[in-house]
Design a binder for this molecule. Structure first.
Ligand SMILES: Cc1ncc(COP(=O)(O)O)c(C=O)c1O
Length: 415
């Protein structure tokens, strides 16, 4: 990973036959689409966000975080677009996510951050991915794999340190003994050092700064043992956009998809976005498939959660919780139709949901319905953001985007 982005002609060998095979995920493709429910991914917005991120990175390498199918946007197309647009490398959580990128023809460096390899160590190396290691078992596993593959030079690995996230990573008290073991494994070269920030979007930067002090201290401990990685990285989108922890590389995820983190206070209040130039990349749209009038007093949907207090025009849309429209939006959320907000009424069901269009004249079958994104129509212009949906149901934009399920085909557009 130290020569990030340099050698685009790298040959990717096939994985070993003796190991578990890692398969890429299967998702609905545009050619499978029969329903009008689809996600549209704007590749020009993605490129623009990369430019914004690079400006903030101020010379640090940008390794785009594309885990969870590139935050729901479809990892192969996103990676190909970002690779051509100058991303220096990619980070994934899972080995199989890295395999999917290699099979999509990605030659840029890929860092496997999750650190769970399920015994498929040789596959990581055979596919020329850079493993993140934080556990002694990784040392033996990768050393054996490197020997089996008869690699002619040491394998680059990144070491993960726990500086306050308490999730993965070596802790300070175990660092020296780990370093001794690592220096005795000639097959591995610790070329990178990483940590992950727990509170990069907190109103106070205190926790982040404490973590970075610990990161420096732990780096110094390793240096005393002769371990001097070429790159160190810590910043996620929030840290990057606040000019914290930039070091020699940054790992933005959500910012690339057009959502700017905001400062979150202890009371849960959120401030203004750290960046105002980022543009949303995904729109989710569907169409009205049914319109009916429900008389006053009648209920709508499972459990009769909505009861009409007037004669109500109800439009049905083919998008439900199995597509990623949270059931918590039942009787609470909105969708856009003809450029205007229509309240979701009753329970969101698995494949469908209903909206009240009584106050939106002229709604008919095949009218476009916007689930996420902006819409302009005869009734005006409005926008539903991932942030808005997240705050309505008490979650974060990351979850809203990654919840758009594989049933929803992704269509790629240039604008
Ligand atoms: C280790 C690591 N680095 C970077 C990121 C990117 O974070 P963000 O999407 O907030 O930029 C993540 C995502 O959660 C992560 O787990």
């Amino acid at each position: 990973m130290h020569d990030e982005g340099g050698d685009k002609k790298r040959v990717i060998p096939a994985p070993l036959e003796s190991e578990p095979r890692v398969h890429k995920a299967r998702r609905a493709a545009p050619a499978d689409a029969i329903r009008p429910t689809r996600a549209e991914v704007n590749l020009e917005a993605l490129r623009k966000n990369l430019r914004v991120v690079k400006k903030h990175a101020d010379g640090a390498k940008v390794w785009a975080v594309l885990k969870a199918d590139a935050y729901g946007h479809g990892a192969p197309a996103v990676a190909r677009t970002l690779e051509r647009a100058g991303a220096d490398g990619f980070c994934v959580a899972l080995l199989e996510e890295g395999v999917e990128l290699r099979e999509a023809g990605i030659v840029a460096p890929i860092l496997v951050m999750g650190g769970y390899y399920g015994g498929a160590y040789a596959e990581v190396l055979a596919r020329d991915m850079t493993p993140v290691i934080y556990d002694e078992s990784h040392l033996a596993g990768f050393a054996a794999a490197a020997r089996a593959l008869k690699l002619d030079k040491p394998v680059d690995v990144h070491v993960k340190l726990d500086t306050g996230m308490a999730r993965l990573g070596l802790r300070a008290e175990n660092l020296e003994s780990f370093a001794d073991k690592l220096t005795n494994v000639p097959e591995l070269r610790p070329s990178g050092l990483m940590t992950h920030l727990a509170s990069a979007d907190a109103l106070s930067q205190e926790h982040t700064r404490e973590q970075m002090v610990r990161f420096d201290e732990m780096t110094a401990t390793l240096e005393k043992k002769g371990i001097r990685p070429l790159v160190r990285h810590a910043a996620n989108s929030a840290a990057l956009l606040r000019a914290e922890a930039r070091l020699s590389a940054v790992r933005p995820g959500i910012a690339l998809f057009g959502v700017s983190p905001r400062a979150v206070g202890n009371d849960g209040d959120v401030g203004a976005p750290f960046d105002s130039e980022l543009a949303p990349v995904m729109r989710v749209r569907t169409e009205v498939v049914d319109v009916r009038t429900v008389p006053v007093g009648q209920t709508v949907g499972y459990g009769g959660l909505f009861r009409a207090t007037r004669d109500t025009r109800v439009a049905t849309v083919p998008m439900g919780y199995a597509d990623g429209l949270s059931r918590q939006l039942s009787n609470r959320g909105h969708l856009l139709v003809r450029g205007k907000r229509a309240p979701i009424i009753g329970a969101v069901s698995m494949d469908m949901s209903m909206i009240d269009v009584t106050d939106i004249p002229g709604v008919g079958i095949t009218d476009e319905v916007m689930v996420l994104g902006a819409q302009e129509g005869p009734q005006g212009r409005d926008n539903i953001t991932a942030d808005e949906v997240a705050s309505r149901i008490g979650t974060i934009a990351w979850e809203v985007l990654t919840s758009i399920s594989r049933r929803v085909p992704r269509f790629y557009r240039e604008q």
